[in-house]
Design a protein around this ligand. Structure first.
Ligand SMILES: CC1=C(CCC(=O)O)c2cc3nc(cc4[nH]c(cc5[nH]c(cc1n2)c(C)c5CCC(=O)O)c(CCC(=O)O)c4C)C(CCC(=O)O)=C3C
Ligand SMILES: [Fe+2]
Length: 352
């Protein structure tokens, strides 16, 4: 075993979104997610119903625990002695509590794996805010926390989506006959414009999503593909990234497209927004229109996901080459919650 502590890090903190684990958790969880964000009460009630449809349990915590188990095995297999801790932004185990435990266990410096591959406020900068908030809650003894970089263009991340898209086409059984549609979480137009350092011209989130989709499409050898969005929230008068996946299925039907493969390239696991908005709503619309529908799996279920995390860790421990397939700048790796660059992905001014 290599004592990674000798290299300056004593732990890996797995930092995720969090989700309810029973009916009584749903409302307090949603209040944590939306505090101060101007999400209308009608939208909250609607989303609460999605959770109650599954008994008030989001799969996200279980998926994270499964993935952590796989990463622990892979770290051990590669001879790296690095304990993994789990903390969330919005639900238990809360990152503040996890960081307090890490501090009590004597951790002085840790790496952080955020369960989002992309830049932008919700996908990157808000995890920096979580890190800063947890350190402030712990106080002067808080460990130094170094977040791993954005991995939307990593060959292991894109490779598992490429295999999943191929498998979904096989499942549909219409080789070359189905349109492939990549989908990511919508964000407000204003948030996307503010994504990235201002001198890069904004839109880091939507440009990275489009680039990830392009790279997967190229690896699969797709003739054409589309990039669309899901799960918009916020007041209707505020513009968000469009088109929405369900509207897009209507548009494809009108164009004469007979079947679709939907690939949730914006996410790492089959959490509630994937199983509700895609497997439920989008699949239902396709069925109503008589269209074929298959949804590509997310990387969490692929054993390469653990390899990806360990490879990102290794970038910090050795001079291992940084593997990335896009020409976009590597970003997101910062310490103690600092932004990637001045004014990078600044949070929008929110009502209230
Ligand atoms: C870019 C992005 C990602 C991908 C990056 C990443 O993975 O981090 C993501 C992931 C997720 N979003 C999730 C759940 C929710 N997101 C909400 C609300 C919002 N998401 C936004 C953006 C994103 N969200 C935004 C701009 C809002 C509006 C409010 C605000 O400005 O913050 C709401 C409130 C209700 C609603 O308005 O829909 C819920 C319940 C879950 C957990 C699902 C589960 O429980 O399994 C996950 C992984
Ligand atoms: Fe979200």
């Amino acid at each position: 075993m290599v004592a990674v502590g000798d290299m300056g890090y004593q732990a890996l903190l797995w930092l995720s979104f969090g989700g309810p684990e029973g009916p009584d958790d749903v409302l307090p969880f949603l209040e944590n997610v939306t505090r101060g964000r101007g999400v209308p009460p009608e939208r909250l009630a609607e989303v609460a119903e999605h959770y109650h449809h599954f008994g008030g349990v989001s799969p996200i915590n279980r998926l994270n625990r499964d993935a952590i188990g796989a990463v622990e095995k892979e770290l051990a297999a590669q001879g790296l002695d690095l304990p993994v801790y789990f903390g969330n932004r919005n639900w238990h185990p809360m990152v503040e509590d996890t960081l307090a435990r890490m501090t009590a266990d004597g951790v002085r410096s840790a790496l952080v794996f955020p369960t989002s591959a992309y830049g932008g406020y919700s996908a990157c900068r808000q995890y920096d805010e979580d890190i800063a908030r947890a350190r402030a809650a712990v106080g002067a003894d808080a460990p130094r926390l170094t977040k791993l970089r954005q991995f939307f263009d990593h060959p292991l991340f894109l490779g598992s989506f490429a295999d999943a898209v191929r498998a979904a086409h096989t499942e549909l059984g219409r080789p070359g006959g189905a349109r492939t549609v990549f989908v990511a979480h919508s964000v407000p137009e204003s948030a996307d414009r503010a994504a990235g350092p201002p001198e890069e011209g904004g839109r880091r989130y939507s440009r990275q999503v489009a680039e990830a989709a392009r790279l997967v499409a190229a690896e699969v050898g797709l003739e054409r593909h589309d990039v669309v969005w899901q799960s918009r929230s916020g007041p209707p008068r505020v513009p968000w990234l469009e088109p929405d996946i369900v509207d897009h299925i209507d548009a494809l039907h009108a164009e004469g497209v007979g079947s679709v493969v939907v690939c949730p390239v914006g996410f790492v696991s089959d959490h509630l927004e994937v199983i509700w908005d895609l497997d439920n709503e989008a699949a239902e619309r396709a069925a109503e229109l008589g269209m074929g529908f298959a949804r590509a799996a997310t990387p969490n279920s692929d054993r390469r996901f653990a390899d990806l995390v360990v490879e990102l860790v290794r970038e910090h421990l050795t001079d291992a080459p940084v593997r990335k397939l896009s020409g976009f700048p590597a970003a997101g790796c910062t310490t103690n919650g600092a932004p990637c660059a001045p004014r990078c992905c600044e949070p929008a001014q929110r009502p209230g």
